[in-house]
Design a protein around this ligand. Structure first.
Ligand code: AMP
Length: 617
């Protein structure tokens, strides 16, 4: 994920305050001279360094909960570039406005942050190792979950650092520090018994000093009264640059060799009588304001579910043993049907069930054809099955097979969270826009796959996006879908049928022509449904009225909660001429960029415990 400031010529990346001041000095110290740098403390934050009256001023820019950027007490802006542009017009509390960018000298690239260098390789390794994925499944997991995985890695990265000792008492820490060279600044970090707190042990003048690291209510780490950080590794990196109240800067890591890594002794809380440093030491009974946080607040919330954590991310047939049995027609004796109805559609009801495979049993949804139906319906259901049988993507409901017994039955993997529009109704407060963007991004990933395989869906709508859980959506209902010929880019319907006109592009209605670009139009309507939290598109208008509305060049208005970037994309999906509309390759890219920009900064209040459960599964 590129830094949102990467393109700015006055962005220096991860440099220290002293380095920033050196650049400003070299550039002449004019009033209003400024540069931007990465904040070493908060993930995704910046610092604006500005010259006024021959003095340096440094303003931290925080990334806020709603994804905007702001200097403390100042107005919020959608990105670092917009923020700088604003302050170039209006000082709004700064000593002067931003007048002259201190651009990077030619050839100097922004300095990557500690995490930037490791990020991509770490994400890939982490996903591969954690979920044992390879190939396309691995790529799709990275595309759809990179921001979450990055956050997870960022918050656990310290565990892989040489200075982190996961199991060490204070006495053992001292022994380690005193053994070998006793250079000033040699340090290690260890968890304390009290959950969510750590100790930083440091040697200076041949004496060991221990500092308490605790978490505040927002989960930020700090040495009491010190600077706050999103992650432990950022805290350490910062204290390497600046002592910030410690007796000395952190220098050399006291490495976690196998001897210490395996130490089994429990970590004990430090005893106040053994303090050696005066102020920010480990002291749970001191008067400098430190109160241990209750565990529920101090520890970060439960990790949120990711699609790869579920049993329906990969096909049940991804196991070569199970693949041996893969056939379109399933044996009835392997299918157990429960008396629970999941929903009903044109063909009949959808029931919950279990399908017994070679090594495992899986939950399934069974579409049962009504008894009194005609052969035409049977053929149609079989056509739906034939299409689904050719598809295998984490963001599309997979067909397990067909069973011809007391009725014709389509056995599908289970997406028990219900349709997207129903799930979102009345949940404006509960489900943040970032969550909606995440689900819509997944739909675009599934649609990009269909486009690549030359299939048209023809019924993409929020009602046909089923949720596995709050963070995992799958495209369903392939009843109207068609496989295009290798050389065809569209399908022409012989006659108009019972069509979802509000979701259809003009060329579908006027010429019965269906392509991936007409699916893009439907995707725009699906986006509108999702960002309006389950409202019906075009209000009470009837199909023909909608057609006239579109022909007049009118389009639905931006739903109140919908971000402008998403409304712009929606409108591009509704470009009249199909050849001018973006394809799903472009739609997915735009969704991804937007979703990443939100996901990397938004801290979802629901993840902290209240109501973070799956949609209904
Ligand atoms: P359909 O006939 O495909 O429109 O499905 C009708 C309803 O059945 C949907 O709105 C869902 O509530 C439910 N349903 C369909 N497919 C599944 C599935 N694979 N998993 C869970 N529920 C499903």
């Amino acid at each position: 994920m590129p830094d949102p400031a990467a393109h700015l010529p006055f962005f220096y990346g991860s440099i220290s305050r002293a380095e920033a001041e050196d650049h400003l000095k070299l550039a002449g110290m004019a009033d209003g001279l400024f540069l931007l740098r990465q904040c070493l403390r908060s993930l995704g934050g910046y610092v604006l360094s500005l010259v006024h009256d021959l003095r340096f001023h440094h303003f931290p820019i925080e990334r806020q909960l709603n994804g905007t950027y702001a200097i403390a007490g100042g107005k919020a802006h959608c990105g670092p570039a917009e923020l700088c542009e604003f302050y170039s017009r209006d000082p709004d509390g700064l000593p002067c406005n931003l007048r002259k960018p201190c651009n990077r000298p030619s050839g100097l690239e922004p300095q990557p942050g500690v995490f930037d260098c490791l990020r991509d390789a770490m994400v890939r390794d982490y996903v591969r190792q954690t979920w044992k994925l390879e190939g396309e499944a691995l790529e799709l997991a990275i595309i759809s979950q990179a921001p979450q995985v990055e956050k997870l890695i960022a918050t656990t990265a310290h565990e892989r650092m040489p200075w982190y000792h996961s199991n060490l008492t204070r006495e053992e820490a001292e022994r380690k520090l005193y053994s070998g060279s006793q250079t000033d600044g040699k340090f290690l970090l260890r968890p304390r018994k009290e959950q969510g707190t750590y100790a930083l042990s440091l040697i200076y003048g041949k004496t060991a000093y221990h500092y308490l690291i605790s978490q505040d209510k927002a989960g930020k780490y700090c040495i009491p009264e010190g600077t706050k950080f999103d992650t432990l590794w950022q805290l350490v990196e910062y204290l390497k640059l600046k002592a910030d109240g410690l007796i000395y800067c952190l220098k050399e890591a006291c490495p976690n060799t196998s001897a210490s890594a395996g130490a089994a002794a429990p970590t004990l809380p430090a005893h106040p009588s053994t303090f050696t440093n005066t102020q920010r030491r480990i002291d749970t009974s001191n008067s400098d304001g430190y109160t241990p946080e209750p565990a529920c607040l101090a520890s970060p919330g439960k990790p949120r579910p990711m699609p790869m954590d579920t049993s329906v991310y990969e096909s049940p047939y991804s196991d070569p043993e199970e693949l041996k049995d893969k056939k379109l027609f399933l044996k009835r004796e392997n299918l157990i049907m429960a008396d629970i109805e999941l929903g009903c559609g044109n063909f009949g009801s959808v029931r919950q069930g279990v399908y017994r495979m070679r090594k495992k049993q899986i939950d399934v949804a069974i579409k049962v054809l009504k008894h009194s139906t005609e052969k035409a319906d049977k053929d149609e259901m079989m056509r739906e099955a034939q299409i689904m049988h050719q598809l295998d993507n984490p963001y599309i409901v997979r067909l397990i097979g067909v069973c011809q017994a007391e009725a014709l039955m389509l056995v599908m993997e289970m997406a028990g969270g219900g349709p997207l529009h129903k799930f979102l109704i009345g949940k404006k407060e509960e489900i943040p826009v970032s969550n909606v963007a995440e689900l819509l991004h997944q739909v675009s990933v599934g649609m990009k796959y269909l486009e690549e395989k030359n299939f048209v869906h023809r019924d993409l709508a929020a009602r046909n996006v089923l949720l596995v859980n709050r963070h995992y959506a799958k495209i369903s209902d392939f009843g109207l879908s068609k496989a295009l010929g290798a050389d065809d880019s569209y399908y022409t319907a012989r006659s108009a049928g019972k069509w979802p006109l509000k979701w259809y592009a003009p060329e579908c209605i006027n010429f019965r022509k269906f392509s991936s670009r007409s699916d893009v139009w439907s995707y725009g309507v699906t986006m509108w449904e999702a960002f309006s939290y389950g409202q019906k598109p075009y209000k009470k208008m009837k199909g023909p009225e909608v057609m006239a509305f579109i022909e007049q060049g009118k389009r639905m208005e931006c739903p109140p909660e919908c971000p402008p970037e998403m409304y712009a994309l929606m409108n591009d999906c509704w470009i009249y001429k199909w050849e001018d509309r973006p394809d799903f390759l472009a739609v997915e890219q735009r969704m991804r960029t937007y979703y990443y920009s939100l996901a990397s900064k938004v801290e979802d209040p629901l993840e902290c415990g209240k109501g973070a459960e799956a949609a209904s599964a």
